[in-house]
Ligand binder design. Structure first.
Ligand code: PLP
Length: 400
């Protein structure tokens, strides 16, 4: 067992699943027994050495962890300021961080005797990670995906189907992630006896935001160990893109008590004031969506607004409750970059480092344009390279 548990005074959420004012369990009554059972089982699993051993063994042997912390020498030279290190979640099996969480949750599902797995997906990365875990564990897999996303991310639909998952196209609403999540929750309510809902980010009712964060903290635990080995000290800045916020919290969480500036980058879409944005913290106000209270893009009548981002994985009007807390407390700074800025960043990273990032990830890189000029040569930046861009090649080609 190799957990590098960081000692921390940062102690969120509370027993009721609140991160400050945010979080909770806003679910239909019929789901209360299911999430209570999940909470109890997760509590046990977290303290079960055998569960943790199997989880870490799968991360090592199947996912390919630990992922590298690569020094980006060309990108560093380009800005001529702080040293830039990349935490290479793009090197995980299936090409993004999401598999860390899918593996953790499927182990829980098996422990609870569930045989049928459901999931929602936007870019398809969580769907692919879930389909992968289901194939490996021999479980039935149903993935809800907005019809618009099935077009944008056809390659991921094909991958899921090849691995034996059933992909259900959702044609309601904006036909994207929000609507796919609605359908997944509807399915869960109907089939709660034998079904486990694998949620793909730090969103949903308690205990999901906490659980998903904990399954991803391996990113930050490794990064901390790796930067201490390479530089003998902690970084000055952490940067990650934020959709629901799971890759970001995975990196950030083990550094909460450290003297490190932490930056989350949202998708501004056409611009934060364009009316076509996914910058939830920047433009939203608190409200309830998909089981928890958090910042949300909604109008005065409480109607959820359509989010827009060039990257399907950030195209969501909500955000995990822990991010809302971290924003209000000032511990994490949130910024937003546009579709266009993200596309420029895809080009820059591809040409400078020979790494094609996912469009989601490109948002974190785009913020370097603002951050780097304010840094100095003796400082260190760690950026979470949440996923690779192969899935986005069609969108990238059309926009170049
Ligand atoms: C899904 C995804 C994201 C956004 O999800 P978070 O929960 O915010 O991490 C970011 N990057 C990649 C590569 C993704 O697949």
């Amino acid at each position: 067992m190799q957990t590098t548990e960081t000692k921390t005074t940062y102690n969120q959420p509370n027993a009721r699943g609140y991160f400050g004012d945010y979080g909770g369990k806003f679910v239909p009554e019929i789901l209360i027994p299911a999430i209570t059972a999940l909470e109890q089982e997760y509590q046990k699993a977290q303290n079960d050495p055998e569960f943790l051993r199997e989880y870490h063994e799968l991360l090592e042997e199947y996912v390919g962890r630990p992922t590298k912390l690569t020094f980006a020498d060309k990108l560093t030279a380009h800005y001529g300021k702080a040293k830039i290190y990349l935490k290479r979640e793009d090197l995980c099996h299936t090409g993004a961080h999401k598999i860390n969480n899918a593996i953790g949750q499927i182990l829980l599902a098996r422990r609870m005797g569930k045989t049928r797995i459901i999931a929602e997906t936007g870019a398809g990365q969580h769907g692919v990670a879930t389909a992968t875990a289901c194939a490996k564990f021999g479980m039935e897999c149903i993935v809800y995906m907005g019809a618009e996303d099935t077009v944008r991310q056809k390659l991921n639909v094909d991958r899921m189907q090849l691995m034996g998952a059933e992909v259900r196209e959702v044609t309601s609403g904006s036909q994207t992630l929000k609507d796919a999540t609605n359908e997944a929750i509807r399915d869960w309510v109907t089939n709660v006896e034998d079904t486990f809902y694998i949620i793909g980010s730090v969103v949903g009712p308690h205990p999901y935001p906490m659980m998903v964060r904990n399954f991803h903290r391996v990113i930050g635990d490794e990064a901390k160990r790796q930067i201490l080995e390479k530089e003998g000290r902690l970084p000055d800045y952490l940067v990650a893109c934020v959709g629901g916020g799971s890759n970001a919290l995975g990196l950030f969480y083990p550094f909460m008590d450290d003297d490190v500036q932490i930056i989350g980058v949202e998708a501004a879409g056409y611009g934060v004031d364009s009316g076509q944005t996914a910058a939830t913290i920047t433009k939203g106000t608190p409200g309830i969506l998909h089981g928890s209270l958090s910042y949300l893009l909604h109008d005065q009548n409480g109607q959820i607004e359509l989010a827009h981002s060039i990257s399907a994985g950030l195209d969501y009007p909500g955000i995990g409750p822990e991010h809302s807390f971290l924003h209000d407390s000032g511990r994490v700074q949130y910024h937003a970059v546009t579709d266009e800025e993200a596309m420029e960043a895809v080009k820059l990273l591809s040409q400078k480092e020979g790494i094609i990032p996912a469009l989601e990830t490109a948002h974190a890189f785009a913020w370097l344009e603002n951050l780097m000029p304010t840094t100095s040569k003796d400082e260190i930046v760690i950026l979470n390279l949440s996923g690779r861009g192969d899935k986005d090649m069609k969108t990238i080609s059309e926009n170049l």
